[in-house]
Design a protein around this ligand. Sequence first.
Ligand SMILES: *Cc1c(COP(=O)(O)O)cnc(C)c1O
Length: 410
Amino acid sequence: MQTEAPPLTVVETCGAQIKLAEGRWLIDGISSWWTACHGYNHEHIVEAMQKQLDDMPHVMFGGLTHEPALQLAYRLSTILPGAGSPEALSHIFFSDSGSVAVEVALKMSVQFWRNKGAEKRNRFVAFQHAYHGDTTGAMSVCDPDEGMHALFKGAIPEQIIIELPQTADQLSAFENLLAGGQSEIAGVIIEPLVQGAGGMKFHAAETLGAIREICARSNTLFIADEIATGFGRTGTLFACEQADIVPDIMCIGKALTGGAISMAATAASDRVFNAFLSEDEKSAFMHGPTYMANPLAAAAANASIDLFEDGTALERVALIEAQLKEQLEPCREIAGVEDVRVKGAIGVIQMTEPRNINWLRQRFIEENVWIRPFGDIVYLMPPFIINTDELTALTGAVVTVMNEWSKKTG
Ligand SMILES: *Cc1c(COP(=O)(O)O)cnc(C)c1O
């Protein structure tokens, strides 16, 4: 409270823009933490929610069910990686936020092994720069040294955090780790292709494929956290598609409802599901968020999925990718910029060091754009409906402000 600039009051959103109380509109480069993939107040999503609000905003999901959730579960099972194959993620557990979806995935993995009599398989392998949420279980699989959670060392379960294996040597060390740790390792969790809040680091589809294959060979559960990458952000509907892999368990959230309301889900394969199916009640998966499968959120999610159906959203991502590549390229020449990288509708300026972050944030607001650098990066993740001029305004502001930043000392 003592060091942050006071927040700006927002009174309205529309398309790719945010209106401030003072009357100014900012062009949005963040999509409200990567949720508003179709832009704000999308007519189709708003209409579906208004109709659902009249029928039934909420009803409990224990002993009761409803059409919006049934429809959503069915539709997800037909679009998630591996749909139609024996490995398909056809079992969907709904929750209310991404962190909870990760908690569910972790609990599900531990209980999967317990139900099979492997009581000691309680630990997880995760990667440096990972971010999987802010609840305690999710925190334990985040990068332990990065700003957000370093403070809690010693107070949360200790997991096995390693450098994301990319070289042949690293991959073989990773395979040895899993082979040696089979008695205690329940699963491996990864953000496929793009590690988001831990620094927007990219890895190759081949790397992702190799990690998945090693997990399969070592009989260790592979959990894909697509909360940030899901729903088109990396250029395909899900990042796993680019490596042609199907995880055992997958988490989705953020853009699931098109950014209109909170909802998340944990999807599992038949193999995982079947480990819980038993005459013994104790084998069941026990987790029940009060607002699970909230009908209003499910209606928004169904409407958001409608908007992906004709393929234009992904075409727009490809256009955004090309425009980001071209227009952010000049940043490479700026002193203090180490790297410029683009994947799908994600553009990242990597600085050599975190410097003047509050100054950068303020300058972007003065330029009428909403861009919020963190750590040592400035990034753009605009809504897919952003038009060419609006995106040019965003990249133009990045080039202008980064040039000024470069000349600023201290
Ligand atoms: C945002 C995020 C989460 C946490 O989601 P919340 O809805 O904020 O709890 C988990 N994993 C990834 C990859 C995320 O980007």
